[in-house]
Design a protein around this ligand. Structure first.
Ligand code: DC
Length: 225
């Protein structure tokens, strides 16, 4: 068995809507590595707590529930305790609930080991808020992908419109700003670049350009070759 500590990790952190999820999927596919969408774990915890009528401010109850959940990522579907939550966890409401439960230290420690268990050969691309700062501080490459709140709201607006949903751009911008403030301002594992992160502002950059920059940085560090 190989030591999980020596399996290479690329950590991609950033605020919601920065494009880090899409980037992580593409980098993992290009390298043939595993993928951890850590935001999905917090989304599952938020969604399941709401389903079970647990008060999102009740730290002990939410953490106990999180620690006992059987979460599975298989064939592009995400489920918890046998319940398929793939679509439900992508709603704006679940994003807000995820951000709320993610601010609770006991919830973060309940999902810590689960996140680290994704580190398997040949490598892991992990995206979230604290992948490079807390969960995989020894990652071989750390990316902090940012974009202005206005640009991120615009991207989300287009995505939702394309799905045929009626949304308000100012409403989305307000929600993004509120979620940013909570994710950046919380006492535990706040969203911020690791000191050794490569910070990329994607506001006026295509996903292809960002992908190329990240793959170049990975090659320079001898990752995935
Ligand atoms: O990346 P996302 O939008 O799916 O994440 C949903 C929420 O989960 C986000 O608002 C903050 C929280 N989160 C976190 O605190 N730490 C992570 N590593 C990933 C997500």
């Amino acid at each position: 068995m190989s030591d999980p500590e020596v399996v290479a990790v690329i950590a991609i952190d950033g605020p919601s809507g920065s494009g880090k999820g899409t980037l992580a999927v593409r980098v993992a596919a290009a390298l043939g590595w595993h993928l951890l969408d850590s935001g999905a774990l917090y989304r599952i915890v938020g969604a399941m707590a709401v389903r079970r009528g647990i008060d999102l401010a009740d730290e002990a109850a939410v953490a106990a529930m999180a620690g006992a959940l059987a979460i599975s990522f298989e064939s592009g579907r995400i489920s918890a305790d046998g319940l398929d939550l793939t679509d439900e966890i992508r709603t704006e409401d679940t994003g807000v609930h995820a951000s709320e439960v993610a601010a609770l230290p006991a919830v973060r420690s309940a999902v810590f080991d689960l996140q680290r268990s994704f580190r398997k050969p040949p490598g892991l691309v992990a995206d979230g808020r604290d992948m490079g700062t807390v969960v995989f501080p020894d990652a071989g490459l750390k990316i902090f992908l940012d974009a202005s709140a206005e640009e991120r709201a615009e991207r989300r607006y287009k995505q939702l419109k394309n799905k045929g949903l009626s949304v308000s751009l100012p409403g989305l911008l307000a929600q993004i700003q509120e979620r940013d403030a909570r994710d950046r301002g919380r006492a535990i594992a706040p969203l911020k670049p690791a000191p050794d992160a490569l910070v990329i502002d994607s506001t006026s950059m295509s996903i292809e350009k960002v992908f190329d920059m990240v793959m170049d940085a990975a090659r320079e560090r001898g990752l995935g070759s």
